[in-house]
Design a protein around this ligand. Structure first.
Ligand SMILES: Cc1cc2nc3c(=O)[nH]c(=O)nc-3n(C[C@H](O)[C@H](O)[C@H](O)COP(=O)(O)O)c2cc1C
Length: 227
């Protein structure tokens, strides 16, 4: 964490700065961070070219934790899609396991981890559903394969196996041949409106930096925590 980061009163702005640095490196053209980041980007591009599905080094992967009706934690990866309506957005199927959990209990946590520099951000709050217009706008930006797979089945439902999935995806593609695949009503976005945001940055001397922000009556308050 840079010294002037500590003075940043807005943790969402600090998150966006870290998120950008996770993709582009820190300030200073030839700073250590930037050179490492260029290396990471080259590796990332090569991996993406050789393995089109490789997203190992993508900075937009976050772990989303929810609470089950049995009061147990549940977690899975989602793709962060930017700040929307003051919260951290992601898209999913509202009838999936996570969708049902969020309908019953909107409390959730998103955890980001980036390797270079080693940083973690934990965002704790309540989710809100994004609008239908936002869902449709994002749906249009996805490719046809992706749309067909999302429209074919209800996420998290039990299926016979891959062959059922392939069959249903092909049915959707032929049903909408030459036409746009419509965005299912059950598909859309959430934004996690933060109440607490915590930043952790690893240091070579093992004295890691940890800053915890809490929203108190509309104002962000910050404390440092032992790492
Ligand atoms: C890297 C990665 C990114 C993912 N992104 C999403 C996403 O943005 N939305 C989503 O619904 N599922 C995403 N998934 C799949 C989820 O991790 C999960 O398997 C799925 O949403 C079903 O979760 P649930 O049964 O708890 O609802 C992603 C998985 C991985 C590994």
């Amino acid at each position: 964490m840079e010294r002037n980061d500590s003075a940043t009163p807005d943790p969402i702005a600090l998150f966006l700065k870290w998120y950008e640095e996770a993709q582009t490196g820190g300030s200073g053209l030839f700073s250590k961070k930037r050179v490492i980041s260029w290396g990471v980007q080259v590796i990332r591009r090569l991996l993406s070219a050789v393995f089109p599905w490789s997203n190992l080094l993508w900075p937009d992967i976050a772990t989303l934790a929810t609470v089950t009706p049995e009061n147990r934690p549940a977690a899975r990866s989602v793709l962060f899609k930017g700040i929307a309506q003051g919260g951290f957005s992601f898209y999913t199927n509202y009838e999936s396991k996570k969708g049902k959990e969020l309908a019953a209990n909107p409390s959730a946590v998103l955890v980001f981890y980036w390797h270079f520099p080693p940083r973690q951000v934990r965002i704790d709050g309540m989710v809100l559903k994004l609008s239908r217009e936002e869902a449709e706008a994002y749906w249009k930006a996805r490719n046809r394969e992706n749309q067909a797979a999302s429209a074919a089945v209800t996420q998290s439902s039990i299926i016979r196996g891959r062959e059922e999935m392939v069959e249903k995806v092909n049915q959707i593609k032929s049903r909408y041949k030459g036409k746009t695949i419509p965005c299912p009503d059950s598909w859309g976005g959430y934004c996690l409106v933060p109440e607490k945001i915590e930043f952790w940055e690893g240091r070579f001397d093992w004295i890691h930096q940890r800053e915890h922000y809490v929203l108190n009556n509309g104002t962000w308050e910050k404390v440092s925590l032992a790492p």
